[in-house]
Design a protein around this ligand. Structure first.
Ligand SMILES: C[S@@+](CC[C@H](N)C(=O)[O-])C[C@H]1O[C@@H](n2cnc3c(N)ncnc32)[C@H](O)[C@@H]1O
Length: 405
């Protein structure tokens, strides 16, 4: 894996999460925690603990309102013994010198305007949107960016503004320094190449990508309805050894990256890309498995997924959804140290997921009947918790087995 596995937690609950990780033996004590600019903190986790890591139970053990997620930090977390001259204050010192040489004065505003966190993609550093916004920086221009790159030990520099609302979740990223904007990520032995100015790397689905990598799909035809740059398509091909994956994607930039990634991982011969809206897909009756990896909901893809399943033998649908639990009555919010109550909070979330899964199973059963004209049985094999967005919004995946009856 590229980067350091971390639990991203709200700053107000960081201490409780740290203690909880430590008592479970999952905290990497050789590394310092990292404060992010958005009031969250990254707590380093021992990679050896990842396979058994239960995100949901950590969240509920600590605080019912403490959303947390598993991420891979591309920012180098400091070894505790290396504290002293940090990269942050190195950048500050170097920039102070640059300002001096331009006859400008260092101010608190400029200090606050320095990047607090950034993503590293090989030799490219991607800065967040809330830095270098002071007008004075513009005067330095090219010299500024080469100085920043040198201080951060990078050759290329880019800056994020926000995720665009063009329907493709394209990042709005500007290159500040460097010839090209393609980068490579190696994640669980899979190579992902993409253009940082056109596609974003979805680092938040690590646990689900690992789970998919653990499937045994030999002899199976899989359809990935929302392939992106290959987040799930590639683990299905490289690790799960699917015989063939049909990858649907309508964003041409993501398709370009997907083509490169299939080649880079030498699996192009087992994948067919269908560029365009998956609801118009002409295929049917071919799949043992359909992946519906779109949040907040993949409901638009349910009819096509049902059509794709093999009529004679059926298969498994992996249905992603953001499920929202009702917020508890504020007078009933459990105290932080009341473990029993917190576990009942977790139970309540699971009950909501189960209700959603039952309803989804019923709706898929009738869709299958409508589409094929025959009766089907569905069976909830598993509900996987991927990530929590807000205290009560959980990204879950339902593994739904569908068989003709
Ligand atoms: C956010 S990505 C998710 C990729 C991956 N499944 C993941 O979870 O990391 C969703 C992808 O689905 C694509 N997409 C959304 N709706 C689509 C549709 N109707 N047909 C084809 N592609 C679609 C988007 O362009 C995007 O690349």
């Amino acid at each position: 894996m590229d980067g350091v596995p971390c639990l991203r937690v709200p700053q107000c609950h960081a201490q409780q999460f740290r203690e909880c990780l430590q008592s479970n033996g999952a905290l990497d004590r050789s590394l310092s925690l990292l404060k992010e600019s958005d009031e969250t903190v990254l707590l380093p986790i021992l990679p050896s603990c990842l396979p058994q890591f239960d995100l949901q139970s950590f969240q509920t053990m600590v605080a019912s309102d403490g959303a947390c997620e598993l991420v891979w930090s591309q920012t180098p977390l400091q070894f505790k013994k290396d504290r002293g001259q940090t990269r942050g204050n190195k950048l500050e010192t170097i920039l102070q010198k640059l300002l001096d040489s331009h006859g400008e004065r260092w101010t608190e505003e400029l200090k606050k305007d320095l990047p607090h966190s950034f993503q590293r993609h090989e030799d490219l550093v991607l800065l967040g949107e809330s830095c270098f916004s002071q007008p004075l920086w513009k005067k330095m221009d090219k010299q500024l960016w080469s100085t920043v790159a040198k201080a951060l030990k990078a050759k290329r520099l880019a800056k994020m503004s926000r995720i665009s609302k063009d329907g493709f979740r394209s990042p709005v990223v500007m290159m500040l320094l460097g010839e090209h904007s393609w980068v490579t990520h190696v994640d669980n032995g899979v190579k992902y190449e993409f253009d940082v100015t056109k596609c974003m790397f979805s680092a938040g689905n690590i646990t689900e990508k690992l789970r998919v990598a653990g499937f045994d799909c030999r002899g199976e035809t899989v359809v990935d309805l929302y392939a992106g740059i290959g987040y799930f398509t590639l683990p299905y091909l490289v690790h799960a050894k699917a015989s063939h994956v049909h990858a649907c994607e309508w964003n041409p930039d993501a398709v370009e990256a997907l083509q490169r990634n299939l080649k880079a991982n030498r699996v192009s011969d087992r994948c067919t890309i269908h560029q365009g809206d998956n609801r118009q897909l002409k295929l049917s009756d071919i799949a043992e498995r359909v992946n519906l990896g779109l949040i907040p909901s993949s409901e638009d893809g349910w009819p096509v997924a049902c059509r794709l399943l093999k009529r004679a033998t059926g298969g498994i649908l992996h249905i992603h959804q953001n499920v929202t639990s009702p917020l508890p009555n504020s007078t009933a919010i459990p105290a932080i140290n009341d473990t029993a109550q917190r576990f009942s909070g977790r139970k309540a979330d699971r009950e909501v997921w189960q209700v959603w899964a039952n309803d989804t199973a019923n709706r898929i059963t009738s869709l299958l009947k409508d589409i094929t004209g025959t009766l089907w049985k569905t069976n909830i094999q598993h509900i996987e918790h991927v990530k929590s967005y807000a205290p009560h919004v959980h990204h879950v995946v339902l593994d739904l087995e569908c068989r003709p009856s």
